[in-house]
Design a protein around this ligand. Sequence first.
Ligand code: SF4
Ligand code: SF4
Length: 670
Amino acid sequence: MSVIDIISKIRKGKIWDFHGGLHPDEHKRESSEFPLVDAGIPPFIVLPLKQHSGRVGRLLVKVGDRVLAGQQLTASEHPMEVPIHASTSGIITAIEPHTVAHPSGLSEPCVHIKPDGLDEWRVRDPWPEFKQHDAMALFERIRQAGIAGLGGAGFPTYAKLSVAREKAEIVIINGAECEPYITADDRLMREHAREILEGVEIIKHILRPTITIIAIEDNKPEAISAFLLNPLPDDVIVRVIPTKYPSGSARQLIQILTGKQVPARGRSLSLGVIMVNVGTTYAIRQAIIEDEPLIRRVVTLTGSQFRNPGNAWVRLGSSVRWLLAQFSLQPEPRQRVIMGGSMMGFTLPHADVPVVKITNCLLAPSVGELPPRDDEMNCIRCGKCAEVCPVTLLPQQLYWYSKAGDHENAEKYNLADCIECGACAWVCPSNIPLVHYYRHEKAEMEQIREEAAQAERAKLRFEAKKQRLEEERLAREAHVPPVAATRSDTSNADPIAAAIMRIKAQQNNKDKAAEIDIRAEREARKAQALQHQAEKSQQDSVALSSAITSPDDARKAAVAAALARAKARKAELVAEDTSTTQAEAKSTATTSVASEDPDAARKAAIAAAIARAKAKKAQTEAADEIKQPEPSAVSDDPDAARKAAVAAAIARAKAKKAQAEAAQSKEQQE
Ligand code: SF4
Ligand code: SF4
């Protein structure tokens, strides 16, 4: 059956049914009959960074910042990153982990805001004429408004819509709200049908489907009337469906409205169908027309322990404990507070958790109203669970495989298709918390898939790096042909080892060049030394040949110098003796003159003559010595020559002195 045929049947009022399901007590009237109220501004706000299924955006604020209502606190730079916004004005007091709404009571990073009570808004830019903006601009505003599926899944709305453009023939606005106790959508439809229809027009403007169906269970007649009171375009119909749990689940509602089953692990878009919750549709309208991001939502507060049950606009980040007090909870001992309905909800570990985007109900039943399950018993293979399963699974088998951790068989029996509706556990006579086992097994399988995906990503990164290194190596080789030409083929070698080999080759080339230079320099110096030595030898040879005729000449010269010195010394002694004799002779002559003795005068004259003769002889010898060859000219010893010259000079001086004294002595005698 083609989509056109299906649409044709839909227009004729045709609806279908799904397998299984049940009709638990609805408990809707306890809260649906009171108008929506505003819960007000809480004394403090705790906003988890992650309130959706997807990635956490980058923080845009820090502790101490003052923020305004609607101000973006985290960035949205990826389709699966849904930003969060300040739900009122105030000061950021902390950014730290806090317990969040989860059965395990786990903590996640949160932005803590102390409201200032002013509720001052950031500047807004409403787009009442939204059709003046193209689809991309509307997409972007929806993304920045932080809208995620308010029906409970929390899937990023931008990501859902962006893949459905030009592909979705049928848009389903889900107002079924099948879960017992929850009436948030019911009240929203009753009081804001017109705004929801504006949201429908925005979605139509973006996706351009053939038909849009607003689906509502027949247990909400006021909501149905609210829509029908508004003029509806031809391509928008309100479809009333029978009340049956879980008709509000996406797959089951698609089957009810189109007769088509979404394939296992498939998407509704494969059938040309996309589904949006009524609360999400209203949020889209607020984001586009009012420029109001998702900072509040409708929450049902119900259960027999509430004195004032009802529905309220609650700011995201408000404390559950504070909210319970606002609606006059009268807790009994060990009071249970369930987030969600009686079928799919979970019991909170404590009330100090914040309201988030997917919080649609807080249920505080009495023990008599919703008694805790008795102790779990063994499966009796009654098969009731399979009878009610709306997905036509085999809950009993899934239970065994989940309990045993048999991932392969759990997957084989399509555990992933379980919508966790809780119908099987609801009818189980053994009180087996089947959904608990399924969730645990799903979490384990998801972890295994995530680890496998991480390993695959690491493998891809390694392959990419390996390819890059190879490309770089090839590029280097192309630019340095000599090195590549002398290198052995390393195309299959480790690129790091190849690089080391190239560096070593370059270093070896440098070393060889340096060694050649050193050798050449050494040879040059050696040749220079030999040349110098040859020249010196030649000079020495010439000097020796001109100054020394034989090796004995030096010795002879030294002997001659010694003789000269000895003669000079002798002359000196003779001169002294002569002076002494002349003095004696003079004395004798003087004495003779005085005594008038003729012999004495004669003797003195003889003595003087002898003295003069000696002096003359000494002078002659001294002159002979002076005529001897210069010692320096014949001796290799410069000191010896110099000493000989000095001795000769002394001898001449002494001889001259002796001659002068002799002359003086003669004058005295005369
Ligand atoms: S309903 Fe419970 S007891 Fe019966 S077959 Fe299923 S799991 Fe077993
Ligand atoms: S919880 Fe899962 S197995 Fe059980 S009835 Fe629902 S879909 Fe079927």
